[in-house]
Design a protein around this ligand. Sequence first.
Ligand code: KIV
Length: 274
Amino acid sequence: MVKPSKKTAFEFKRLKQSGSLVSKLVCVTAYDYLFAKLLDPEVDMILVGDSLGMVVQGHSNTLSVTLEQMIYHTQNVARGIKESHLCVDMPFMTYQVSPEEALRNAGRLVAEGGAHSVKLEGGKTISASIQKITAAGIPVLGHIGLTPQSLHQLGGYKIQGKTETARETLIEDALAVENAGAFALVLESIPAELGQAITDKVNIPTIGIGAGPHCDGQILVIQDLLGLNSDFKPSFVKTYATLGATIQKAVKEFAFEVKSSQFPSKEHSFYVGS
Ligand code: KIV
């Protein structure tokens, strides 16, 4: 039983298929160079999520994020990465229209952005696109359950898979994504029992977010994990720091010292004389 030594899509899948995935996959989101550099040594995968529409751009959903923006942020994150796998979300309407368009756009995220893989939301309905992209040699991370790009269809950010029919549909979706060639699968906001059932059924690693403890890995949005935004805290998020409060305290102190002429002091100033 081994941990992934090489953080590649191929290796993640191989470890699950050989029953050797002992250590759960650790995944977080990042959107810029410095965060990527800080996170890289500690995690298996960094996702440039289209959650950037919310946590970076301040929108109420992810729908307006563009391919150009994802390429730009992926380029910045890629410069901070030495070890971890770099996956990027395909934004809304860049893969739903046709498998050909999906492949063209996935290719740009890899060639121009520097991503190692791409993530697509959806099950059976997008399996042809997953097939087309993987057949061209680009690894795909699937994403089912609460799929934020379908927010309006789902009627909001709600837990999925609660009824027997919804549960069956999600299991079928998971198998469709696996059969289409995905190397791993994000499960978002589903009951823990369903997270376990899907994890047991598929031969690719599952990465949970609000999907209980039985998944093969976990992912969180980095701003949530670090407690940067006190206005947003879903029950499945655990905050490991309160950086929002730390930042505000530091800037308050800076403002006080500037206004009271304590900053800059001699040591933070340049003088031409001795
Ligand atoms: O956009 C995102 O950050 C995501 C993760 C939360 C899985 O899709």
